[in-house]
Design a protein around this ligand. Sequence first.
Ligand SMILES: [Zn+2]
Length: 308
Amino acid sequence: MSFSDDVRHELARVIPGARCCRIAELSAFYELAGFLLGANNQVLDFNNSSPLVARKILLLLKGLYPDLPTQVLVVKSRSRRAQICTVRVLGRGPAGQVYQDFKDQSVLGELEVPRKKCCRRAYLRGAFLSNGSITNPERAYHVEISTEQSRLAEKILEIMSSLGLDAGVTQRKGSLVVYLKDGGQIVNVLNLMGAHNALLRFENVRIMKDMRNQVNRLVNCETANVDKTVKAAMEQLEDIQIIDATIGLEELPPKLREIARVRLENPYASLQEIGNLMVPKMSKSGVNYRFAQIRAKAQQVDKLHTKY
Ligand SMILES: [Zn+2]
């Protein structure tokens, strides 16, 4: 099961305690996934891909209209994996009643955007359950709710913004997609919708990822240092070999001859380690200075050598 399914299943079980919120959540289902169908508009359908969400829609509807004639249909799509669960309000009278109640919002007694914060959160949950998805945080931080209606995209944006969420909008295949990409904002939206278990899992992944990034940064830094040490050592060995092949190492002053010998015996040692092997011990900068002198000598003899 995907992370998105987990979140959906968790939220499908959240039934708001307050009547105002139950209406607000149902209005999200109505606006995003409710359709009046039939020649005489004799049915009102609420569609969803999850049976658990369909069950929730049914509970919310029955809570509001106890005697509503309803039916639940499950249609498997041809691709087999997907299915559509439909909560159907039967009969022209009842279907029309519910449709009209939500259309002119007499049932809500509310403005276009729910006034109370509790209801805005409930609306957001309904919108997510209807048309939303969340990417597994291991892969990416992404939450989205899509709709073909620009009015609803604006409404979702406005609600998110009023709850402190800074969402973006993009277009995809004729739909408007309202999305969040920031890890912290996704934690907030999960909290606002009431997906507390998913929130904990999301946070765990986020912490692990942060730690992994930190370790990777350290390892990369360490690798860069090792590369630098090896590269410097290779250059020093090259200088020593040039001198050895031309004038011979015995021609070097004793101080330089000694450090060249130590380098030849310890090709992978860092400057610090070379310094520790010298008698008496030498500082890193002292070692560096001697290798610079060897470099100068090597360049000098190399020039002479190529001349002849
Ligand atoms: Zn409310």
